[in-house]
Write a protein that binds this ligand. Structure first.
Ligand SMILES: *Cc1c(COP(=O)(O)O)cnc(C)c1O
Length: 217
């Protein structure tokens, strides 16, 4: 495993799916990874990263942005409304827009700043009670509401249930995106990114397969 291996496997999955080379963006998920592992991947030339926690990202990325021009960091973890202001200043994209109150907060920040990160709506495709995300039956209305607030929604994101075959969830997400005219599909992690690419993923979020297992303090 490691960055080059994952890039090769993404290229193979693109080819197998008959998709153009380079059509899938690799988000290297660096949450809670030791800094030396992240710096090694930066030194290899990778520039797109994912983080789950606003506070952690705020502590790490400003210095790396100075040293490694072209870095983009995407927020892929649950976002509390009271962290939204910090988040829009830190991240190029937010993948976890999942409720009306957060959408309204982001819309008001976008108004004030005259800019907004790229946004993905998180969908709870497995309808799991403990999981964040808009329910499938509510997706169309939620996207319409976001558009009504002039929010730049570019795609959908999902995290399939742990014990299920992920592929039908990826296919569901693709159909929801298609019928809403959204091009972005943030889906697929270390264990299932090839299936996600076969179903049309435009962004895969891969952590442990690049950096090694996460060590939580
Ligand atoms: C941590 C995380 C990932 C990466 O998971 P791995 O299994 O390490 O690839 C991807 N997406 C989200 C939303 C995550 O929280």
């Amino acid at each position: 495993m490691g960055l080059q291996d994952i890039k090769a496997r993404i290229a193979a999955a693109e080819a197998e799916a008959g998709r153009p080379a380079g059509s899938v963006k690799l988000i290297a998920v660096s949450k809670v990874q030791p800094p030396e592992r992240v710096e090694a991947v930066l030194a290899e030339g990778h520039r797109l990263f994912g983080e789950n926690y606003v506070q952690e990202a705020a502590g790490k990325w400003p210095a790396w942005r100075e040293r490694f021009p072209g870095v983009a960091v995407h927020m892929i973890g649950p976002l509390q409304s009271n962290k939204a202001k910090q988040a829009v200043e830190l991240f190029e994209a937010i993948h976890t827009v999942d409720r009306d109150s957060l959408a309204r907060k982001l819309a008001s920040l976008a108004q004030t700043r005259g800019a907004c990160p790229e946004l993905f709506v998180q969908v709870n495709t497995g309808e799991e009670p403990q999981k964040a995300g808009v329910l499938p039956a509510e997706v169309d209305a939620f996207i319409a509401a976001c558009r009504g607030m002039d929010l730049p929604v570019s795609g959908l994101m999902c995290i399939p249930p742990e014990d299920a075959d992920a592929r039908p969830h990826f296919a569901d997400l693709r159909r929801m995106a298609e019928r809403n005219g959204l091009a972005g599909l943030s889906m697929g992690m270390s264990g299932d990114f090839a299936a996600a690419i076969a179903e049309g993923a435009t962004h895969v979020r891969v952590g442990s397969a690049i950096f090694g297992a996460r060590v939580y303090a």
